[in-house]
Design a protein around this ligand. Structure first.
Ligand SMILES: Nc1ncnc2c1ncn2[C@@H]1O[C@H](COP(=O)(O)OP(=O)(O)O)[C@@H](O)[C@H]1O
Ligand SMILES: [Mg+2]
Length: 260
């Protein structure tokens, strides 16, 4: 039987309150009026090791444990077993969440991304699976991965240069964002900040297209690593855009009240 996929547009009636998705990360929701707006695209960025993936996995665990949300986690960076294994150190049982049907991990290969067919497949997966939250870790893997030798040969066969192939891949990221913005899902999109490169992420397009931008960083203070988070932009939200410190504890992320 042919499955029909419906597209629900995000529409809010006049006077209706903005719906929020609480992250339940201690100390964070109060910086963003209670949570991410439902249906928004949220960009988390920072250098490697700044804590973006663990932070995101903490939110995923909370969305599922506290609100029974359905989450799709697409990763270029970590295989499923590694995320499951890492979760145990913070008390998150991702395997149980998968078994309950509330969580699905999909490992993506940047070499295969993005032809339009794949964007369409992802769209079908999201809508067909009824996911409420979609994680994408990270968009920079698509932008910055070098093109493989197979792809170079394939593009030569098709009469296009590797540069053109890269451009198509970038163009498809924009197409992917446009597609996902029109779905009623809340998106968490991780991006990398590369040392020495200008801008908060490796590509400005997602900074402009995202409804929110949160920056992660870490500095060495008195021989200790001090981790920081700052919400730089969030549409429809009166943000506290001040830099806050946070820690990884046994139970996950905790944001300190102390502003830096
Ligand atoms: N249990 C833990 N306690 C404290 N720090 C941890 C723990 N587990 C991982 N980390 C730190 O978190 C860092 C990785 O965070 P991650 O979210 O993967 O970063 P990113 O995704 O920004 O590259 C590691 O480099 C490590 O220093
Ligand atoms: Mg990461």
């Amino acid at each position: 039987m042919e499955e029909t996929i419906e597209f629900k547009m995000k529409k809010r009636k006049k006077g209706e309150k903005v719906e929020r998705l609480h992250t339940d990360i201690p100390g964070f929701d109060e910086l963003i009026e209670g949570g991410f707006t439902v249906g928004s695209v949220n960009v988390l960025t920072g250098a490697a090791g700044s804590g973006k993936s663990i932070w995101t996995q903490n939110m995923v665990a909370n969305f599922i444990r506290n609100y029974k949300m359905k989450v799709l986690y697409m990763s270029f960076e970590q295989p499923e077993w590694e995320i499951i294994d890492q979760g145990f150190q913070f008390g998150w049982d991702f395997q149980a969440m998968i078994d309950e049907g509330l969580l699905k991990f999909v490992a993506l290969d940047s070499q295969e991304l993005f032809d339009f067919q794949q964007i369409d497949d992802i769209k079908k997966l999201i809508v067909g699976g009824g996911y409420q939250v979609v994680v994408f870790d990270s968009v920079s893997s698509v932008y910055d991965s070098p093109i493989s030798s197979t792809q170079i040969l394939n593009s030569a066969d098709r009469g296009i240069t590797p540069q053109t192939f890269m451009e198509i891949r970038r163009a498809n990221i924009t197409a992917f964002f446009n597609m996902i913005k029109n779905l009623v899902v809340t998106v968490i999109c991780i991006a990398q900040k590369v040392e020495g490169k200008p801008g908060d992420t490796t590509d400005n397009v997602i900074e402009f297209k995202g409804d929110s931008l949160t920056l992660f960083d870490f500095v060495e203070v008195a021989e200790q690593i001090e981790r920081t988070v700052r919400v730089k932009k969030m549409r429809k939200t009166n943000i506290n855009g001040v830099t806050h410190t946070f820690e990884f504890t046994q139970n996950g992320v905790v944001v300190q009240r102390k502003e830096v």
